[in-house]
Design a protein around this ligand. Structure first.
Ligand SMILES: [Zn+2]
Length: 303
């Protein structure tokens, strides 16, 4: 368990001991803060046959072994790897919940990034959330709460996973081999430690650095293909690049290089780029990048 998640784990254990534990939990917060790890840990605890009453896992019972082999028959996972979660998958989930547990205990469903659910998938899940069944738990994660329907939100216990001890994170990152003074932008991601760890593992910290440099030199960028190839190295990089661009734009307003109207043009270009990537399947990224860069350049061009 990551050290910064312990506080959330403790709170959940207390609510479980006091029999206030909600059958549907929604963990929300930034990408890479550890929501998935928290849900996975909790799922393991809910399935453990030895120490389940304290919401911890023993790590040695049959159930824990099945869990670590990723082969537990009473666990159903809809993972974040797919681009959307459709109604058929949620129907399969509902079916899973309906049948009795093979190990005789709890049954647990984990749905990662519920913002990826289609409208009909959301409606199918709603019915299950409305009619909680005994010994059935639904653990969900979400990066962006604003994309979730109020009807879903009102039917689960929302847990905001965030980081309030930067020192602890710096220590942990150091142990992983990430020195936060390595790059000027690294410290901005201290509240997304697992994202930094992933970039380290993938060997793309240098790519993030070059995106940061491109963002600061956006008026002179002409090689869209090269930018496109940097961005294709990890799905998280689109958001990161947009965030860098947004920061640069704000900085230029502060320095008096951009007026309010120009700033609005820039912000709209960045927002359009992001929303296109969220909603348009099979998007021509090269074209959408060209539009973004051209939009920013024409707003930022000094005369
Ligand atoms: Zn166990």
């Amino acid at each position: 368990m990551y050290p910064w998640l312990q506080v959330f784990q403790n709170q959940l254990q207390v609510s479980f001991a006091q029999q206030r534990f909600h059958h549907a939990q929604l963990f929300h917060g930034l990408e890479g803060v550890g929501k998935g790890a928290l849900a996975t840990n909790l799922a393991n605890a809910l399935l453990c046959v030895n120490t389940q009453d304290t919401l911890t896992q023993c790590g040695s019972c049959k159930s824990c072994n099945l869990f670590s082999a990723q082969n537990h028959p009473d666990l159903f996972v809809l993972s974040a790897e797919q681009s959307s979660i459709g109604v058929d998958e949620v129907r399969a989930l509902n079916e899973f919940i309906f049948h009795s547990a093979q190990q005789g205990g709890n049954k647990v469903v984990v749905i990662e990034q519920i913002e990826k659910m289609t409208e009909s998938a959301t409606n199918a899940l709603l019915k299950t959330l409305e009619e909680p069944a005994l010994k059935r738990y639904i653990l969900m994660t979400c990066d962006d709460l604003s994309q979730i329907k109020a009807t879903i939100l009102s039917r689960c216990n929302k847990v905001q996973v965030n980081i309030d001890d930067n020192h602890q994170i710096q220590m942990w990152l150091g142990q992983q081999g990430i020195n936060t003074s390595l790059y000027p932008w690294l410290e901005t991601f201290c509240d997304q430690p697992l994202l930094l760890q992933r970039w380290l593992t993938l060997g793309i910290l240098d790519s993030v650095d070059s995106l940061w440099k491109v963002a600061h030199d956006i008026v002179r960028i002409s090689d869209i293909a090269e930018l496109d190839s940097e961005l294709s190295k990890d799905p998280s990089l689109l958001n990161v690049f947009s965030r860098f661009l947004m920061n640069v734009t704000k900085q230029q307003v502060m320095n008096g290089q951009l007026n309010y109207v120009e700033y609005q043009h820039c912000a709209a270009s960045i927002e359009k780029f992001l929303s296109d990537h969220r909603s348009v399947l099979g998007l021509n990224r090269n074209l959408s990048l060209s539009n973004l860069v051209f939009g920013l350049q024409s707003a930022m061009k000094q005369d």
